[in-house]
Design a protein around this ligand. Structure first.
Ligand SMILES: NC(=O)C1=CN([C@@H]2O[C@H](COP(=O)(O)OP(=O)(O)OC[C@H]3O[C@@H](n4cnc5c(N)ncnc54)[C@H](O)[C@@H]3O)[C@@H](O)[C@H]2O)C=CC1
Ligand SMILES: O=C(O)C(=O)COP(=O)(O)O
Length: 598
């Protein structure tokens, strides 16, 4: 044992009667798109809030989706394409749906999750931006949110470039003027792009594709993105700069960051004042990143010479909107993702994600659940099962009336902490701890949220073992502090309920209860029994169970010292009757026993 480190639970929890977390080694979403559509770095594969669906699921498609995606959905689900629903109509329909697919035009609000009555398991956003989905509410209700983050990247970047060039050469205004019978060659003299500085704000998938194309137009490209890796920028020949430097030096600013609390109205009176006079702005990100009143003022004062906008704070913008009508503004109706190719790709990407998630398979594009690489998932599978069962065992050992508040989970492993992702394990321990004592259903999406809501504090500790890190874990220990136990022997020397388990030949085993070492495979249910260590006990109890045809799958005895006390762990396939359990309790050498369902 070399070191140990602690970390406190920081994740969210859920309620969904027909959901449970399940694992599959299949990960159809990870590599399902043709490579021409995959522009982003290889994706981590995420889990899965699996749905146990008895009947064909119903998917509500609330906005226009490409045929290829609809065909994929129809192979697996009943598909209800209902476009232009009012918020009330959506709330009414949603209680009949297992999944919902939207684009940017539908608000998936808390009310939608509330109205679903727990049936909605997956929201698929057929595109990138998930600012129209209440992620907090989705997480709370255990609903997985997936998006289609790569298929429209090029389309959005191309539209950004289209707006940049159209704006610089007054294409839209000149077109309208010619159509109105005018020929105003002097009025529509434009500005050149070559040699000008373009600041790309948000150097992600779209931003970097815009940067690449702008370099091809001979522009000097700088970028601001607090989270972008410098080497990616260097590889494209783009310099990463601070926000203020970008504003102060750019002739053109192109916005490509998501709409978040931090980016909301990031272009405002104060920041417009920091820009070069005569700057030109392109926005294909989200309307909300610009304070639109401030932009109108900046256009009127000449700080901003022109703006080209694909997105607006309110879509569609109200009639008579000053910004849209401004003569130096070029506007398009949120067309960034609207190419035939992008829509086909997005439809396939989201249909695969939604179907996969409904099947309980891995989702490569989950937005509100931890991303766990597929190979890690496959490796952790038996440990995930062990984790849930240890949680279930530990909580059933708590005496009624003792509130479970503090749980410590210790992972013993020869792997370095960075090499062992425990989020899944923690979620499953949480599921095991909470489900037996409540009506709440917990999955990976809502595990941390539910724990937090119930005042359950889970701390994690790693113990790094010497030796070969071949298997991810040696053991998992779950300790519940400050509680009484209905099986006193489960209390360790330090006063907590303690259970420990290991994976042996791919099967989870219980290996310690309190201070007693046992070894019983965690299948079926378990009887834990403390008795005076004397011959014949195994046979005696075995025959009580046998008389009732209860099959014993495993038995193991752990003792402190010969002929003193021993703890027997008996794995049973079926639940013994009350009479049989009473007969076990009546055996004179039995000091205490407990029946635990796994
Ligand atoms: N107009 C349209 O039809 C479309 C719009 N979009 C929008 O474009 C935006 C970007 O999309 P992607 O590039 O696919 O996403 P992405 O996630 O690949 O890139 C976003 C980048 O913004 C950066 N960022 C986050 N906060 C920032 C901040 N405060 N300042 C600067 N950078 C920040 C992130 O680090 C990330 O690199 C999203 O808002 C998306 O919704 C995307 C596709 C189509
Ligand atoms: O993917 C995005 O973020 C977009 O803004 C595209 O929106 P849309 O699917 O065309 O409504």
């Amino acid at each position: 044992m070399a070191t140990s480190a602690s970390q406190t639970l920081r994740t969210p929890f859920l309620r969904n009667p027909s959901s449970s977390l399940s694992l599959s080694s299949k990960h159809p979403l990870a590599f399902s798109l043709p490579s021409r559509r995959r522009l982003a770095a290889p994706r981590l594969v995420v889990v899965l809030s699996a749905a146990r669906l008895d009947a064909k699921p119903t998917v509500l498609v609330a906005e226009k989706l490409g045929e290829a995606g609809l065909d994929l959905l129809k192979e697996f689900a009943n598909v209800d394409c209902s476009y232009n629903l009012s918020p009330e109509e959506l709330c009414t329909k949603i209680s009949l749906c297992d999944a919902l697919i939207v684009r940017s035009g539908t608000k998936v609000s808390r009310e939608v999750f509330e109205s679903s009555g727990g049936r909605l398991k997956v929201v698929g956003r057929a595109g990138v931006g998930i600012d129209n989905v209440d992620l907090g509410a989705a997480t709370e209700f255990g609903c997985l949110v997936v998006n289609a983050p790569t298929a429209n990247t090029v389309a959005a970047a191309e539209h950004g470039i289209a707006l940049l060039t159209a704006m610089a050469r007054n294409v839209a205004q000149a077109d309208a003027s010619v159509k109105a019978g005018k020929w105003q060659r002097n009025k529509y003299v434009g500005v050149s792009l070559v040699g000008k500085t373009l600041a790309v704000m948000g150097f992600g998938k779209v931003g970097s594709e815009v940067a690449r194309r702008a370099k091809g137009l001979g522009m000097h490209v700088i970028a601001h993105d607090p989270y972008a890796p410098a080497d990616r920028a260097r590889a494209i020949g783009v310099e990463l700069v601070s926000f203020d430097e970008a504003l102060a030096t750019a002739d053109f600013i192109s916005l490509h960051m998501p709409l978040t609390a931090a980016t909301n109205k990031v272009l405002n009176d104060e920041t417009f004042a920091k820009m070069k006079k005569g700057v030109r702005i392109v926005n294909v990100a989200r309307g909300g990143v610009i304070d639109e009143d401030a932009l109108v003022k900046a256009l009127d004062s000449g700080i901003v010479a022109q703006a080209a906008l694909d997105v607006f704070t309110v879509e569609p913008p109200p009639q008579g909107n000053k910004l849209v009508l401004h003569e130096r503004v070029t506007a398009t109706p949120h067309l960034g993702a609207s190419t035939m190719e992008a829509q086909e790709g997005v439809a396939i990407e989201i249909a695969e994600a939604v179907v996969g998630a409904l099947k309980g398979e891995l989702a490569a594009t989950a937005v509100n659940a931890p991303m766990v690489p597929a190979e890690v998932l496959a490796e952790l599978k038996p440990y995930v099962e062990l984790a849930e069962k240890l949680g279930r065992l530990a909580v059933q050992l708590v005496a009624g009336g003792s509130g479970v508040k503090n749980v410590k989970v210790s992972y013993a492993s020869a792997r370095a902490p960075d090499d062992l992702d425990t989020r899944l394990l923690r979620a499953m321990i949480t599921k095991g701890l909470i489900e037996p004592i409540s009506s709440v259903f917990v999955n990976l999406v809502n595990a941390d949220f539910t724990a937090k809501q119930r005042g359950l504090r889970i701390t994690e500790e790693r113990t790094i073992l010497d030796g070969s890190p071949e298997s991810p874990l040696d053991s998992i220990q779950v300790q519940i502090a400050n509680v009484e136990s209905k099986f006193a022997s489960a209390i360790s020397e330090s006063g907590e309920i303690k259970v420990e388990g290991r994976v042996k030949d791919g099967i989870p085993h219980l290996t310690r209860v309190g201070s007693f070492e046992v070894d019983v495979s965690l299948e079926g249910s378990i009887i834990l029994c403390r008795q005076v260590d004397q011959p014949g006990m195994i046979g005696l109890i075995g025959s009580i169970l046998g008389e009732e045809n209860v099959n014993v799958s495993f038995m193991s005895c752990g003792r402190i010292a010969p002929r003193k006390q021993a703890v027997m762990a008996i794995g049973v396939d079926d639940q013994p009757s009350k009479q049989s359990l009473k007969r076990i309790g009546d055996v004179p050498a039995v000091e205490e026993f407990v029946f635990l369902k796994l």
